[in-house]
Design a protein around this ligand. Structure first.
Ligand code: NDP
Ligand code: MG
Length: 393
């Protein structure tokens, strides 16, 4: 029983670092094979010194040359690759057993799919990849012998609450609904009139979770829950109407499954991504994640309420895109990526994110998806139109 070799795509990010934390607790079970970064090259250098992976991947040849020299000077034998091809190579490498897909956004699509095609155990955090290419992604999974384990805490919870043979169909499993919980983010109770003036720092200050900036803004707009609704439909073969969003401000119940006999199963835990990461790494076994035991007596109460779509129009837009199918989710996702970036760099207001997405969805006809190029084409068109919209504002 040699340790499993793990590639972490997006190692310098929030999920990447949590994954390294769990992996490092179990050197007998896991070995770091490849680590990838993008802009935080110095952080990647430090990680290479510490974990000594076989490969590291950075954005381009210039960064690669520099990192290579630094590591050589330190006597670290890590080989440095560059660009998307480097990401694809370490995701699909023959010697890799497990791939953590934790790049943010559409940039993670190809390397994540490479792990599927190479039949790896895929730990999926990069929800945008699945949202964009849902049908193709799931078909590639069926055509390979890859195993997908959801990292998103909600989907990991749902996975834990479903029977082992859920893939034969939710109806056969006796599932009535999936209850997707949402914290409601930092603006759940802010007066609507003030939403217009919130800053990127306010949007990134999530009450319960510490995460990357993009997903933090998505949580504040609840587009994150919208993307997760689409993600749940693909992962569990659910219809959008079967997925109900429930606001749960404490983020202790990570999601629930409602069965026809009236049983509702939930997974609970402290809001710490190391729990779903450890679950997915070790499944079907269990390993220590370093997360402290849940103290329900200290938490005292668990609250639930309905989401307000006037406050969170992104949730409605995502549900509509899920229902429309075809390229609609890819258009929604791409426009959201441009909008979030524009908000984070001070070019639009928080409340303009939804308007921008609605505009692009209305302008671009939804078309069928037969191949990856259909998805990439929709993504590119949506980004063009979104940038056009920005230039006009
Ligand atoms: P971060 O922003 O913290 O990390 C993103 C990672 O992706 C970094 O390693 C970054 O490299 C890398 N990256 C960014 N752009 C590119 C690119 N163009 N090419 C290659 N690599 C790139 O995000 P999170 O860790 O928070 O989130 C990662 C994914 O996990 C997202 O899809 C998110 O939705 C999902 N997720 C995150 C959760 C969380 O708690 N954080 C919870 C559930 C899902 P660098 O930093 O070096 O630039
Ligand atoms: Mg989530």
């Amino acid at each position: 029983d040699r340790p499993l070799r793990v590639t972490i795509l997006g190692a310098t990010g929030s999920i990447g670092l949590s994954t390294l934390d769990v992996v490092a607790r179990h050197p007998d079970r896991y070995e770091v094979f490849a680590l990838t970064g993008h802009s935080r090259v110095h952080e990647l250098y430090e990680l290479c010194r510490r974990y000594r992976p076989r490969y590291a991947v950075v954005a381009d040849d210039v960064a690669a040359a520099r990192l290579r020299c630094q590591l050589r000077d330190d006597g670290v034998a890590t080989q440095v690759l560059a660009g998307e091809q480097g990401l694809v190579d370490v995701a699909g490498h023959d010697e890799v057993d497990v791939v953590m897909a934790a790049i943010v956004g559409a940039a993670g699509l190809r390397p994540t799919l490479a792990a599927v095609h190479a039949s790896k155990r895929l730990l999926l955090a990069n929800k945008e990849a699945l949202v964009m290419s849902g049908a193709l992604f799931m078909q590639a999974l069926r055509d390979s012998s890859a195993t997908l384990l959801p990292i998103d805490s909600e989907h990991n919870a749902i996975f834990q609450c479903l029977p082992a043979d859920y893939a034969r169909g939710l109806a056969r499993a006796g599932v009535r609904r999936i209850l997707l919980t949402a914290s409601g983010g930092p603006f759940r109770e802010m007066p609507l009139a003030e939403l217009e003036n919130v800053s990127p720092a306010q949007a990134c200050a999530h009450p319960n979770w510490s995460m990357g900036r993009k997903i933090s803004v998505d949580s504040a707009s609840m587009m994150n829950k919208g993307l997760e609704l689409i993600e749940a439909c693909w992962l569990f073969d659910a219809r959008p109407q079967q997925v109900e969003v429930v606001i749960h401000p404490q983020s202790v119940v990570h999601s629930m499954v409602d069965y026809v006999d009236g049983s509702v199963l939930a997974q609970l835990g402290n809001p710490d991504m190391r729990t779903p990461i450890a679950h997915a790494l070790a499944w079907p076994e269990r390993v220590d994640s370093g997360v402290s035991p849940l103290d329900l007596l200290r938490i005292g109460r668990l609250d639930f309420q309905a989401p307000d779509e006037r406050r969170f129009p992104c949730l409605r837009l995502a549900r509509e895109a899920a229902q429309a199918g075809g390229t609609a989710p890819a258009i929604l996702n791409a426009t959201n990526e441009v909008a979030v970036d524009a908000f984070l760099t001070g070019r639009i207001r928080f409340t303009q994110i939804a308007g921008m997405i609605e505009h692009v969805l209305q302008c671009l006809p939804r078309t069928r998806v037969d191949c990856l190029d259909d998805v990439l084409d929709a993504d590119a068109r949506a980004r063009d139109l979104a940038r056009h919209w920005l230039a006009r504002e």
